[in-house]
Structures are given as structure tokens and as C-alpha cells.
Design a binder for this molecule. Structure first.
Ligand SMILES: NC(=O)c1ccc[n+]([C@@H]2O[C@H](COP(=O)([O-])OP(=O)(O)OC[C@H]3O[C@@H](n4cnc5c(N)ncnc54)[C@H](OP(=O)(O)O)[C@@H]3O)[C@@H](O)[C@H]2O)c1
Length: 281
């Protein structure tokens, strides 16, 4: 491991922030790249890409969510490897690569994984389940505060993972080259339906929180109204369709494999998160 900065693409996001914390704690230099970084970087504006990997060996890549953004990330990684990037740790998704995934977002995710593998750089691919922090740091936070979680997961269950566990795995992958060439699937220790998530959040907050099941198109409409790009909202709808179709009801042991410990449970995460006041109204 050289002492050149590690590039963190989307370094202010849910996972990037945690990776930066891990590297800061080890006093390792980092360079952030996103629209608000010192040198602005935009996935959708290739004019901002030049110089991003100058003096960089290793990068953490948290890509955008929709097919266009995923394709841009693939294009970027090819360019970056030709400019000297030697190693990349990619945040992918747990459903990517499973047979029978009919949705564009999975196909685009798989294409990005292939672009990373074909880039010539060494790689580690990490495929997590849905993040618990979606309810505390992202668009679902508003639902918790409003007491009504409005999604389209039906009565399907997901093995929600604590993003801190994802950050720990990413840091391990970045810092230890023995993870090169490995693909890890990560999840929390158990699956929960939306009704069970709502019950856990009610217990943690001490307030009634309901789960309202939307038909998928209503879910898209509400996300767009909230400000999400239509293409990204449609990708999220499709990711939820996989939960709705009961195809995410399994646990994955990547946290144990990489860190040698169990992942955190939803109830523990919710109890600790409630103490931060993020759900106070
Ligand atoms: N949420 C989940 O449950 C889940 C589960 C598995 C996989 N994933 C995958 O995780 C990825 C997202 O990672 P994350 O949750 O860590 O990120 P995130 O919290 O969504 O953060 C996105 C970050 O990206 C930057 N960003 C936004 N638009 C940008 C643009 N056009 N160009 C450059 N940077 C931009 C933002 O910083 P600036 O504002 O400074 O640009 C922001 O800090 C997606 O690919 C998603 O599919 C998510």
C-alpha cells in the first residue's frame, strides 16, 4: 500500500463518508470527488473528469443509481484506468448478477461490474442489501418523521444492512490487497418486511409509524414530486419490485467473511439512531 491519497468518488454520501472516517482514523490521505468537492466532479459532465485520478493508485467508487449514471461510471473507470488508476473498490448492489433480473437497473449494474473488471485495474466488488440508513439519512427519513412509510415493497422482506458495516467492509477492501478479485454480498442478520420495519421504528422512536403500500407507479410519482430524477425514481421502483416479489428474502454473509464478525441488527441500529434525535419531530 503506497501513501498516495485514496480517491473517494461520492465521498460525502452515505457510504463514502464512512469510508473517509475509517481512512482518517488511520491517518491515510484521501481525495474526495463529487460536485461539491474542492475540484468539482460530476458523473454527467465529462469535462470535470480530467485530473481526477492524477497521483492516485486506488479509488472507492459509489456510483449513481440510474442506468445513465451507471453507464457514465463505467466510462469513467475505463478512462481512469488508462490514466493510471491501479485499483478500485466498487459499491454495487446485492441483486446485481442474480439470474432472472429483468430490470434495466440490474443490467446496468452488471455492465458497470464488467466495465470495472475489464478496465485493467485490480478490483473488489461489494454488493450490499438495502441500507438501514435510508430511513435516517436519505429520502425515507421524511417518511419516518411523518409517521408513514410510503413504499412499494408489498409484503416482501429485505435483509437491511447498517451502512457502518458497509463502510467497514469497504475500508478493509481498500486497505488489504488480499480482497483483490473478490465479490462480496452483504446483508444484515435477518430479513424484515416493511410492516416489521415500521414496528421496529415505532418501538425505537416511541411514536406510531405505519407502513403504507403504494402501487409502483404511485411510488414513482411521489418520489418525483419529492425531487428525485424520474429515471432514478423508476430504478428505485424496480429495486423495490424485487423485494415486492419476495426475491430479496435471504441473508448474505459478506460482513462475516470480510470482518470476521456479525453484522448489526435492525433493532440495535434503530435504538441507537433514535438517540441521535434524527427522528424527533
Ligand atoms: N441506498 C441503498 O440502500 C443502497 C443499497 C445498495 C447499493 N446502493 C448503491 O449505492 C450507490 C449510492 O451510494 P451512497 O448511498 O453511498 O451515496 P449517496 O448517499 O446517494 O450519496 C451520493 C453522493 O454522490 C454525490 N453526487 C450526487 N450526484 C452526483 C453527480 N452528478 N456527480 C458526482 N457526484 C454526485 C453527492 O455529493 P455532491 O452533492 O457533492 O455531488 C453525494 O455525496 C448507488 O449506486 C446505489 O444503487 C444503495
Amino acid at each position: 500500500m503506497t501513501n498516495t491519497p485514496i480517491l473517494i468518488l461520492s465521498g460525502k454520501g452515505k457510504t463514502g463518508r464512512r469510508v473517509v472516517e475509517q481512512l482518517d482514523a488511520r491517518q491515510l490521505p484521501v481525495r474526495l470527488a463529487s460536485r461539491s468537492s474542492e475540484q468539482p466532479f460530476d458523473w454527467y459532465d465529462e469535462n470535470t473528469w480530467s485530473g481526477t485520478v492524477a497521483g492516485i493508485d486506488t479509488a472507492y467508487l459509489a456510483p449513481p443509481v440510474g442506468p445513465t449514471g451507471l453507464a457514465q461510471a463505467g466510462k469513467f473507470i475505463k478512462q481512469a484506468a488508462s490514466e493510471g488508476l491501479r485499483r478500485v473498490v466498487l459499491l454495487s448492489g446485492r441483486g446485481v448478477g442474480s439470474p432472472g433480473r429483468e430490470f434495466a437497473v440490474y443490467e446496468s449494474g452488471l455492465e458497470l461490474e464488467h466495465a470495472v473488471k475489464d478496465s485493467g485495474a485490480d478490483w473488489t466488488i461489494v454488493r450490499p442489501a438495502w441500507f438501514m440508513q435510508g430511513f435516517s439519512e436519505d429520502f425515507m427519513l421524511d417518511y419516518v418523521q411523518a409517521g408513514e412509510i410510503r413504499l412499494s415493497a408489498g409484503d416482501g422482506a429485505e435483509a437491511w444492512i447498517d451502512t457502518n458495516d458497509v463502510g467497514d467492509v469497504m475500508a478493509a477492501a481498500l486497505l488489504d490487497e488480499r480482497h483483490t478479485g473478490e465479490t462480496y454480498s452483504l446483508s444484515g442478520p435477518r430479513t424484515l418486511t416493511m410492516a416489521e420495519v415500521a414496528a421496529e421504528l415505532s418501538t425505537a422512536t416511541g411514536r406510531p409509524i405505519a407502513s403504507v403500500d403504494l402501487v409502483p407507479e404511485q411510488h414513482v410519482a411521489e418520489m418525483v414530486e419529492y425531487g428525485v430524477l424520474r429515471e432514478d425514481a423508476e430504478s428505485v421502483r424496480d429495486l423495490f419490485a424485487v423485494i415486492r416479489n419476495h426475491r430479496s428474502e435471504y441473508v448474505s454473509d459478506g460482513v462475516q467473511q470480510v470482518l470476521g464478525r456479525a453484522p448489526r441488527d435492525f433493532a440495535d441500529w434503530a435504538r441507537e439512531t433514535a438517540k441521535t434525535g434524527v427522528w424527533s419531530v
